[in-house]
Design a protein around this ligand. Structure first.
Ligand code: GLY
Length: 377
């Protein structure tokens, strides 16, 4: 990866400084919560009845990155608080799924890496063991979700899962037992074959027969339609395959990340404001800033691992982040969130909102540019 220019360095430092100053005030007035989104500019709290919600690790991760940046103890205390609150989730099997990675990587695993706390190790291993137990031997995939609303999801796998595999890579490193890594790689190989299309676009959901392992369907999921290109799914693909490359050293995953990235850059709007789906109708202006932030962080991960051709990905990452900074961030201290214009999915009504993982990946990406990021994923 090339070095940042003086202008890029100054912008990165200044933007991180603004983020830290704002989040100091925001965190101070929101002690003890686990936010997901905002209502009238103020965070909600998922630490009660909704403790199993899949995004509940990201606030902890944001707190750890800000602690690394500032050394302010308040951020560490909040991060540890999130981790401890998640213990309740460890006793609710229906609330455990492939997203164990999103919950316990930014909380227990990162804390264990930093502080070697034995309770964090225990939590991380419980989460990893549960996730490994979701592996389907016939289809060689990790089952994504549980059944709710009477939908049979025994054969569902989703592109997002690529981001959760580092929990399994970590468990193998920690225990020296290769089982976890073998499961992660088997899933990554299946995803490379069945999710990534020839042009580098990806399916959100692939449905397998859970007994034979045959592919029975592909679904548009949170994107526009079957065969479309959900932008957050694309970003999970870029970042997730680059992570499997990082943890295994196998270049086929890096090449796959690059293929997905090349597709995304080929369909990126000139504005660098990311649509919910790269194949949504042209007269629709629905946007998803989370996809922009995740794509940026994923592109930096990719460019850090490339020996040649890395600059195009780093340039695009910086442009995505600057576009967010200039157009899609509430920098005032009264509003709790950073990113605006985030979206849950194409067809639901969760549009033009804030979502916590958008903020997390924005800060993570900036920390990577500064060369100061904690490796959470
Ligand atoms: N992992 C679910 C989502 O990206 O919305």
């Amino acid at each position: 990866m090339r070095k940042l220019t003086e202008e890029e360095k100054a912008w990165t430092d200044e933007t991180l400084k603004k983020a830290a100053q704002k989040m100091m005030v925001v965190t101070e007035r929101n002690r003890g919560i686990i936010p997901y989104t905002t209502k009238n500019g103020r965070f909600d709290d998922k630490s009660g009845e909704e403790i199993t919600w899949w995004t509940n690790g990201f606030w902890g991760g944001e707190m750890w990155q800000l602690y690394k940046l500032t050394g302010n103890e308040m951020f560490r205390e909040e991060a540890v608080g999130v981790e401890e609150k998640l213990d309740k989730n460890l006793m609710i099997t229906e609330g455990l799924d492939h997203d164990n990675g999103f919950k316990w990587l930014p909380t227990s695993v990162i804390r264990y890496r930093l502080e070697k706390d034995p309770e964090s190790l225990n939590r991380g291993m419980l989460a990893a063991s549960n996730m490994a137990g979701r592996f389907n031997m016939a289809g060689r995939f990790i089952r994504a979700w549980n059944n709710w609303d009477n939908v049979d999801r025994r054969g569902y796998a989703i592109i997002d899962c690529m981001m959760n595999l580092p929990l399994l890579y970590w468990a193998s490193e920690e225990t020296t037992d290769p089982r976890f890594r073998m499961i992660a790689q088997a899933h990554a190989d299946t995803a490379m074959r069945d999710f990534v299309r020839d042009d580098g676009s990806v399916n959100h959901i692939v449905v397998y027969d859970p007994f034979t392992g045959e592919v029975t369907d592909t679904l548009g999921g949170q994107g526009y339609a079957k065969g479309s290109s959900w932008s957050r799914g694309q970003s999970w693909g870029i970042y997730g395959f680059a992570l499997s490359s990082y943890y295994t050293g196998d270049k086929k995953y890096l090449n796959t990340s690059r293929k997905v990235a090349d597709y995304v850059l080929s369909v990126m709007p000139e504005s660098f404001l990311v649509p919910i789906d790269y194949r949504q109708p042209q007269d629709v202006d629905l946007e998803d800033s989370t996809a922009a932030a995740i794509t940026a962080s994923g592109l930096i991960e990719l460019s850090q691992q490339l020996d040649e051709g890395a600059d195009v990905y780093l340039d695009a990452a910086i442009k995505l982040l600057k576009t967010l900074d200039e157009n899609r961030i509430s920098w005032d201290f009264e509003t709790d969130n950073l990113l605006n214009n985030c979206a849950v999915d194409y067809h639901g009504d969760g549009h033009n909102m804030s979502i916590i993982y958008g903020d997390y990946y924005f800060i993570e990406a900036l920390m990577k540019l500064k060369g100061n990021a904690l490796r959470v994923f």
